[in-house]
Design a protein around this ligand. Structure first.
Ligand code: UD1
Ligand code: MG
Length: 449
């Protein structure tokens, strides 16, 4: 769309009902703060500029928001005097010319791009103010959208509604789209509401109608407008978000039991990926095509190359990079490591701060001892190396291409290409000695009786 767009996200509320030290809009769904979900959608619908209005927790919220999107502007609403007052905190931006202004709430994270695009389209088609509503048989607590012959003539807050208005089931979801050229002058006309001691943004409708503007209510799916006030509602929103993400993933990949797989906002799954039940994706995971992830795996901050096989019960931590055709099996943990093409790490292993070359085989129970209690150290394992089971590799250490580490070794010195390294005592066999011990032990036991 060639029209310019400014988005304002109101996030100055305190969120006392969460009973949490964390500001409400920083609670997460899909691993991303609520307010960042809104920012993401605002950008997706073509906003050139996004402004977040923050309140008492300004510093915290600003830090998280800017970590996610450094181009988002933060403005502070020092006194919490209502939604219209909050929008005015962005006055500086509102003074610049812009075609469309979208206003949304930071605690309403499930709004979808299609709903916002619909609101912008309605402006383009000649409306001046668009309010987004939803229908419900339990409207209590919401502002009601009062219509006359298809035109929105007012939004009446629950507290100010007449009994007849209270029966209206078309509710204000809080999201508005307004033509930029009208917004500032409309906001300045909003009067202080003495019942609730606030400046209501919703009064903008009646004021616009008086001024001869075109106003309309459009309907969005109810789940788009769910507001979060409690931890229970946070969990409900998470469930809706996860279901949407699962559906999106299943456009090209298979989830054997979708309801048991959990994604993050940025999880990328390519085509022909097969995911078994009970898999968790934290932020920062990319999965290439043809990958199989077996049940009960926990993966975050990891890139998984084509045709790799993971799990069951694999834990992949931040900074893991698995190349093509890697196999990582049960009870293996990997972090900050690069695993070369076709390498195998199949059982009971910890790999940290390590580079493993192509086609190496890491035996069961191998531990890279990367931490000395003070610092982390790096291990390098070459290509086609074989690390025998139950070996400890004390970093910093380098093991060459084609090297062979005998099982049960504790390796403290570098091993060159194609060398065989033993880092353990040689075995001693004493023939007949077991029998002697058995007879002696049995005799002592008899005497005691
Ligand atoms: C608002 C709407 C109501 C709608 C409902 C939908 C108004 C007057 N009412 O009511 O019609 O049905 O949302 O959920 O707009 N905020 C600020 N600064 C303020 C006040 C609020 O930033 O001074 C932010 C809050 O953090 C929140 C949003 O604005 O994100 C809405 O405020 P809230 O107090 O929750 O409004 P409601 O009473 O729910
Ligand atoms: Mg609210």
């Amino acid at each position: 769309m060639s029209r310019t767009c400014l988005s304002i996200i109101l996030a100055a509320g305190e969120g006392t009902r969460m009973r949490s030290a964390v500001p409400k809009v920083l609670h997460k769904i899909g691993g991303l703060p609520l307010v960042c979900h809104v920012i993401r959608t605002m950008k997706a619908v073509g906003s050139q500029k996004v402004v977040v209005v923050v309140g008492s927790e300004a510093k915290n919220v600003a830090e998280s928001v800017q970590l996610f999107a450094s181009d988002v502007a933060i403005v502070e609403q020092k006194k919490r005097l209502g939604t219209a007052h909050a929008v005015l905190a962005a006055r500086e931006e509102l003074q610049k010319p812009v075609d469309d202004v979208l206003i949304a709430f930071g605690d309403t994270p499930l709004i979808e791009e299609t709903a916002l695009a619909d609101a912008r389209e309605t402006l383009k088609n000649g409306m001046d103010i668009v309010a987004m509503g939803f229908k419900t048989d339990r409207p209590a607590g919401y502002g009601r959208l009062v219509e006359q012959k298809g035109k929105l003539i007012a939004i009446v807050e629950e507290k100010d509604a007449s009994p007849a208005q209270k029966r209206i089931t078309f509710c204000n979801g809080g999201l508005m789209a307004i033509k930029g050229k009208h917004l500032l002058s409309l906001l300045e006309k909003i009067k202080y509401n003495s019942t609730k001691k606030e400046y209501y943004l919703t009064d903008i409708i009646a004021i616009g109608v008086l001024g001869g503007l075109h106003t309309k209510a459009i309907e969005a799916p109810k789940d788009n407008l769910i507001g979060i006030n409690t931890c229970g509602q946070l969990a409900e929103a998470e469930a809706i978000w996860q279901n949407r993400k699962r559906q999106a993933v299943m456009l090209c990949a298979s989830l054997q039991a979708p309801e048991t797989v959990f994604f993050s906002y940025d999880t990328e799954i390519s085509n022909d990926v097969f995911i078994e039940p009970y898999v968790f994706f934290g932020p920062g995971v990319k999965v290439a095509s043809g990958v199989v992830i077996h049940a009960f795996s926990y993966i975050e901050g990891t890139t998984i190359g084509e045709h790799t096989e993971i799990g069951p019960y694999t834990r992949l931590r931040v900074g893991t990079d698995l190349r093509t055709g890697v196999k990582v099996g049960n009870f293996c943990e990997i972090k900050e490591s690069e695993i070369g093409t076709g390498a195998k790490i199949k059982h009971l292993t910890y790999i940290g701060n390590t580079e493993i070359g192509a086609h190496s085989n890491i035996g069961a129970g191998t531990i890279t001892c990367n931490y000395d209690g003070y610092n982390k150290w790096k291990s390098t394992i070459g290509e086609r190396a074989f690390i025998g089971s139950n070996s400890s590799l004390i970093a910093p250490i380098s093991i060459g291409n084609g090297a062979y580490i005998a099982s049960g070794s504790v390796i403290t010195e570098d091993v060159s290409d194609d060398a065989l390294a033993f880092g353990r005592m040689r075995q001693v066999n004493k023939n007949g000695r077991a029998k002697v011990l058995r007879e002696r032990g049995t005799a002592i036991k008899q005497r005691k009786k």
